[in-house]
Structure formats: structure tokens, C-alpha cells
Ligand binder design. Structure first.
Ligand code: ADP
Ligand code: MG
Length: 272
């Protein structure tokens, strides 16, 4: 890698009709960082993830991963380049089990391997993928529901399955869109541990999240979007005293609340 950065986003713009959702968005992420992407509802967080991961085109700017331009690649090629993601509202197929969905996310597809390398290689690839799916389902606590319909599990379990699917692609960077929203509090600490283990093994992670406990525990750095502009790039413990962050969340009436404690419906800042 000739660049010190995993991800470089430069002057990215995106509009839907007359709605300018991202304007001159630029930031860089180093390998091994865990970065929180914050901002009020509608500020452009999911759209930013969509543009980086090839689910939406950009109108202007560039996106580089490990030094290489990826902004004209489709979503499939971006996964192959090393970035995998989850969705804010995962929808799962009714007719597939949890384990089948995990296997379907494997990049080692039997048919492709058979065409390229013959049936023995395809068999080995499938065995590898099965072992990987099993280990990931175990790590994300889905083994007890592995044979249930993927549509029948809870919203929180669907989020976990989304993470399993992303990891099946063996990415070097993981982008998670609200991984703990709707997840039972007991499962949150398991997600925290799973993400920290992945990060210890070198994974770069970007997380869209509102829960300040989670952000403080997991993120090294936070980027805050407000109406399509980056208004802050700081440590999690600096958020509560950042005027522009408060302004973004509280709107025009922003003022430092008495006692410094902040509680808004969208950025949940509980006691640390
Ligand atoms: P966030 O994830 O921060 O809540 P989004 O990125 O989902 O915000 O949305 C930002 C803005 O972009 C909203 O005004 C939303 O209506 C608009 N938007 C997002 N996706 C689309 C789309 N596919 N078509 C039209 N407008 C969209
Ligand atoms: Mg969103």
C-alpha cells in the first residue's frame, strides 16, 4: 500500500433531484481505525455509506480504498476490493434458513470455483465457506437459530446475520449502518466484543450509530454529518462539548445545556 490510508473520500457530492444530500464531503480513515459516523436523521449517513460501497453513484468527487479509485466500481466489485457493509433495515428471504443466507454471502461460490478450478477445488472452497459460516454464526450468537427461516428471526438477530454476511466476504474494511438499533441490550455487549476482536485482528471499521455508550466504548474517532456537510471530526469524548455537534442535533436553538449533560432524541448521551 503506497498510501497511509485505508479509505480516502474527497469532495464527494450527491443529490437526489433538487435535494443535495452530500456536499463536498471529505475525510480519510487509517487502517485499523474504528470510526463512528454520526448525525441527525436525514443528514446523509446512509447515503454516504451507499456511495462508498457502490449502491449509489456519486455526482462529484473521488473515493479511494487502499490508494485505488473505487468510485466507478459497482457494489460487487467493491466487495471484491475489500469493503463489506451491512444495511440499516436488513430484509431477509423467507425461504432460506439463517445458515443458508450466511453461505449464500460467501465469495467462494461452488459454481464459479467449479468452472475455474474443477469440482475438487469447488468442494474444498465450499467446505471452507461452511466452516467460516459456522464460526461466524457462533461468534455472533446465531447458532441456536441457524435452521430457522431468516425472515422469522428478531430484528436484532437480522442485524447480526447482516454482520455475518458482510464478514463472509473476508473484507479488510467493514461498514455498519446502525448495528445496534433494535438489538436487545444483552446482545449489544456481544456486538461490542465481536467488533473489538475483529479490530484487534486488523479490521478497519466504520459505524453509523446513535448510542453514545456504544460510541465511547468502540470508536477511536467520530465524524459528524449535518445536512450533508461534515461539521466535526473528533474523539468521542469531545462530542458533548463540540458546539457544531450540539448545533447539528439541537438545531438553531442550540445552547450548552446546564451541567453539560446532553440528551437529545437522536444522540443518546447517557452517563459514561
Ligand atoms: P441518514 O442515514 O443520515 O438518516 P439518509 O442518507 O438516509 O440519512 O438520507 C438523507 C437524505 O437523502 C434524506 O432527505 C432522504 O430522503 C434522501 N434520500 C436518501 N436516499 C434516497 C433515494 N434513494 N432517493 C431519494 N432521496 C433519498
Ligand atoms: Mg440512515
Amino acid at each position: 500500500m503506497t498510501t497511509p490510508y485505508a479509505l480516502q473520500v474527497d469532495s464527494v457530492a450527491k443529490a437526489f433531484g433538487g435535494n443535495r444530500v452530500l456536499e463536498k464531503v471529505g475525510f480519510s480513515i487509517r487502517p485499523g481505525e474504528i470510526v463512528g459516523l454520526l448525525g441527525p436523521n436525514g443528514s446523509g449517513k446512509s447515503t454516504l455509506l451507499n456511495t462508498i460501497t457502490g449502491f449509489e453513484s456519486i455526482d462529484a468527487g473521488t473515493v479511494r480504498f487502499e490508494g485505488r479509485r473505487i468510485d466507478s466500481l459497482n457494489a460487487h466489485r467493491i466487495v471484491q476490493a475489500g469493503i463489506a457493509r451491512t444495511f440499516q433495515l436488513p430484509s431477509m428471504p423467507r425461504k432460506m434458513s439463517v445458515a443458508e443466507v450466511a453461505m449464500a454471502a460467501s465469495t467462494e461460490h461452488h459454481g464459479v470455483w467449479e468452472n475455474l478450478f474443477g469440482s475438487r477445488a469447488a468442494g474444498l472452497a465450499e467446505t471452507r465457506a461452511r466452516a467460516r459460516a459456522g464460526a461466524l454464526m457462533d461468534q455472533l450468537l446465531l447458532t441456536p437459530v441457524r435452521d430457522l427461516s431468516a425472515a422469522a428471526i428478531s430484528g436484532g438477530q437480522k442485524k447480526l446475520l447482516g454482520i455475518v454476511c458482510a464478514l463472509m466476504a473476508q473484507p479488510r474494511m467493514l461498514m455498519l449502518d446502525e448495528p445496534t438499533a433494535g438489538v436487545h441490550p444483552n446482545l449489544r455487549s456481544d456486538i461490542v466484543r465481536a467488533l473489538q476482536r475483529l479490530n484487534d485482528a486488523g479490521m478497519t471499521i466504520v459505524i453509523v450509530e446513535h448510542d453514545m455508550h456504544f460510541i465511547r466504548e468502540v470508536c477511536h474517532r467520530c465524524i459528524v454529518l449535518d445536512r450533508g456537510h461534515i461539521v466535526a471530526d473528533c474523539r468521542p469524548d469531545e462530542l458533548a462539548s463540540n458546539e457544531r455537534v450540539l448545533q447539528a442535533y439541537l438545531g438553531g436553538a442550540a445552547a450548552k445545556p446546564a451541567g453539560g449533560a446532553t440528551a437529545t432524541p437522536v444522540l443518546r448521551m447517557g452517563a459514561a
